[in-house]
Design a protein around this ligand. Structure first.
Ligand SMILES: Nc1ncnc2c1ncn2[C@@H]1O[C@H](COP(=O)(O)OP(=O)(O)O)[C@@H](O)[C@H]1O
Ligand SMILES: [Mg+2]
Length: 358
């Protein structure tokens, strides 16, 4: 549907996009995720035609976009700032894009009503746009983009101005909307949780390049570098040595955890020699309570920090024989006390959760 072929973009001397190769499928909810300044907006704008590229190619439906102006591309964009007209009503805002289209006023009114219903604003048409809340304004902006029936909807941090509750609600609604209309959504966000929640696939970008492109679960469970692992959630790292590699199994010696064996698929960064580290997510570790046993491996340690979140508690535990503490997340359960700093504990872990990095 959308294809980037070795796309480079310079702003003067600044190399903003450094060889982007990717294909986005029709009907996909696709996200561009990365820290501020990594080139997400620039890449999105090359799809819309708001930004020329310095070399390479952008194709939509197999067609080169090089000479295709923005206003005839099958794309539409929703911006972070709502970009609606405050002095117009909701229906005037939504109908704005139809002004150059054919059709009777009655047909246009019906399309406006349809678009408003899609975004949950049925009955709001006569309201003044300036009287709407942030979330409602963003819905108006969405309706205005959807009414033109683009094949691709481009969303540049559309929810970042909303407060946490409203943002979470809009995330769910955007997913529902995308399923309902079935068109390709491409979302730019710097919020890893938002990308995980919403996307079919995510391209993680750093400094003008795609570091990894995968579905949310693969990105979270099998990040291909320490940089990606650190950007998406929390990852603990321990130094390790590779002992032997044979028949798809890798024997390793991990500081504090000792010797164990992992599958070669757990070493996505093609690890050979040098400084190796083992990564594991906080929820793959479990603190054992007194008398509790495990079928997994266990390692003793001491609690150094406790952060209580209500439903969860995060513990920083210094495992015996390890230089720095590891973070462990535990779901709080009724009747089980939160443990104190200084408590000696045992930590259960399993080799299947480990990921090896160069
Ligand atoms: N019009 C421009 N002129 C010069 N530099 C720009 C321009 N637009 C963006 N940049 C630079 O390109 C880099 C990528 O910007 P952008 O795509 O907006 O990043 P993101 O959306 O990931 O935060 C940044 O360093 C930014 O300063
Ligand atoms: Mg941006």
């Amino acid at each position: 549907m959308i294809e980037f072929r070795d796309v480079h973009k310079y702003y003067g001397d600044y190399h903003a996009l450094r060889g982007i190769n990717a294909t986005i499928k029709a009907g996909e909810f696709f996200s561009l995720l990365g820290p501020s300044g990594c080139g997400k907006t620039t890449l999105l704008r090359t799809i819309a035609g708001f930004e020329d590229i310095s070399s390479g190619a952008v194709l939509i439906d197999g067609k080169h976009m090089v000479d295709v102006p923005a206003n005839v591309r099958p794309t539409n964009m929703v911006f972070q700032s709502y970009a609606i007209f405050p002095h117009l009503t909701v229906e005037q805002n939504v109908g704005f894009g139809l002004r150059r289209e054919g059709g009777t006023p009655a047909e246009k009114a019906r399309r406006v009503e349809e678009a408003l219903e899609m975004v949950g604003l049925k009955g709001f048409g006569k309201r003044a746009a300036h009287a709407l809340s942030g979330g409602q304004r963003q819905r108006v902006a969405l309706a205005r983009a959807l009414i033109l029936k683009p094949k691709v909807l481009l969303l540049d941090e559309p929810l970042s101005a909303l407060d946490k509750k409203m943002r979470e609600q809009m995330q769910v609604e955007l997913i529902r909307l995308q399923r309902q209309v079935g068109i390709t959504f491409i979302l730019v966000t710097h919020d890893q949780e938002e990308a995980l929640v919403m996307s079919d696939r995510i391209a993680v970008m750093f400094e003008g390049q795609i570091a990894q492109l995968a579905d949310p679960e693969t990105l979270y469970r099998r990040p291909n570098s320490r940089q990606v692992a650190n950007f998406i959630g929390v990852m603990n790292f321990l130094p390790a040595k590779v002992l032997t590699e044979a028949a798809g199994r890798i024997a390793i010696d991990v500081q504090g955890l000792g010797q164990t064996e992992i599958d070669a698929t757990q070493a996505p960064g093609a690890v050979t020699g040098g400084e190796i580290s083992v990564g594991f997510r906080p929820e793959t570790l479990t603190m054992l309570y007194e008398g509790q046993t495990t079928t997994e491996r266990e390692t003793p340690g001491t609690i150094e920090e406790v952060v209580y979140y209500g439903d969860m508690t995060y513990y920083d535990v210094r495992l015996d024989g390890v230089d720095s503490p590891v973070r462990i997340s535990m779901r709080n359960v009724f009747g089980r006390p939160v443990l104190d700093i200084g408590t000696r504990t045992r930590v259960a872990w399993s080799a299947g959760a480990l990921v090896l990095f160069r």
